[in-house]
Design a protein. Structure first.
Length: 117
């Protein structure tokens, strides 16, 4: 399974603004489950609260997002789509990007029999 080998290399990636991926489990009927760290809030759910933050806090939040994307780019991982729902917020108010692994692990969607949106 090509995805498992790619996941092992990917799992070593660590950054304060990226959610960690813990395991890849192969289930029945060729289903694959990615087990990852998760936070209670995301930027989409908290948007009204985020826009009321002072400018320095908003700037720091955006720098955190850019820092996570820069780490991915340094490791040749592209973040294909970044909706607010995939920017998680930890208990300290820091951004954590999630769902960035699927495009990379599936070789741009070529190893899965379904379209990737």
């Amino acid at each position: 399974m090509q995805m498992l080998g790619r996941f092992q290399a990917f799992r070593q990636l660590g950054h304060e603004n990226l959610c960690a991926y813990i395991d890849l489990i192969r289930g029945k009927h060729e289903r694959v489950y990615l087990i990852s760290e998760h936070c209670a809030w995301n930027a989409l759910d908290q948007f009204e609260r985020l826009v009321s933050w002072p400018i320095p806090a908003c700037s720091s939040f955006m720098v955190g997002i850019a820092s996570g994307i820069k780490c991915l780019q340094r490791n040749w991982i592209s973040y294909r789509n970044l909706p607010l729902g995939e920017v998680l917020i930890n208990r300290y108010g820091k951004p954590r990007l999630t769902s960035y692994e699927v495009w990379y692990i599936t070789f741009a969607g070529t190893t899965v029999p379904f379209p990737m949106g």
